[in-house]
Ligand binder design. Sequence first.
Ligand SMILES: N[C@@H](CCC(=O)N[C@@H](CS)C(=O)NCC(=O)O)C(=O)O
Length: 292
Amino acid sequence: MTETPIYTPPTVWKWESENGGPFAKTNRPIAGSTHEKKLPVGKHPLQLYSLATPNGVKVTIMLEELLALGFNDAEYDAFLIRIGDGSQFGSGFVDVNPNSKIPALMDHSTEKPTRVFESGAILMYLSEKFDALVPSDPSKRPECLSWLFWQMGSAPYLGGGFGHFYNYANEKMQYPIDRFTMEVKRQLDVLDRHLADNEYMCGDEYTIADIAIWPWYGQLLFNRLYNAAEFIDATSYTHVMRWAKEIDKRETVKRGRMVNRVRGELNEQLRERHDAKDFLTKTQDKLEAPES
Ligand SMILES: N[C@@H](CCC(=O)N[C@@H](CS)C(=O)NCC(=O)O)C(=O)O
């Protein structure tokens, strides 16, 4: 068995080499843009710049839910930001999100266009703008926002911790895998106990808390993230699984998952969405089909 060499940190860390992982080309220890690039602006009030990762999908599900509820002002253009190519470091994107991460939203319906970044802030912004998918009853609203913020604080352990070391890291190291697996299983148990007594995260109402949590924890159980369902014993979380399957059936969720998707089945990839009809006419299988 080869021993991992012991690493002694230098007094001051320096950025000397790419660490070889799949994000090595884009990860940097500094913020700001790397190149000039204006963002396109479409015809709708809301302009989304994103990619169909779990954080991106939260927002596209939210927008599709709002449209299905009849809020026509939630019409949106979704432009693709390819984070693997470093598009999040273009000057226009950094103007919308100084943190250089998808998703980022511009609302052009306000007197001066409003920028919103951080998926949790975007969900809250949209729920307040349309007064939908968040309880207005003061006895229920705090519970909903608590779970929304629970997700925002917890998912980095799942993605940046567990997902990184279990799935992406070139070397599989037991210490970080044990540490983050333990935490992710603890989080799943938190959800499982809660969902044993609640249909949705905030009781009997489907809300932004479900929209935030499902793309991460629901899809983890379906083996859509990190190929880890067996490793974490997904089927043992029966209540989370029941809830996740229920949400997976929603047409709005199916549509939201397709937007800005660049992987998987071609008929499930709507790389850019500019019109509700695009789901029927602009999926990648149709765009790539030879002309007859
Ligand atoms: N807390 C942020 C996290 C966003 C985030 O991590 N986005 C990832 C994709 S899921 C990203 O853009 N990564 C690009 C990079 O790190 O350079 C949110 O919820 O919006």
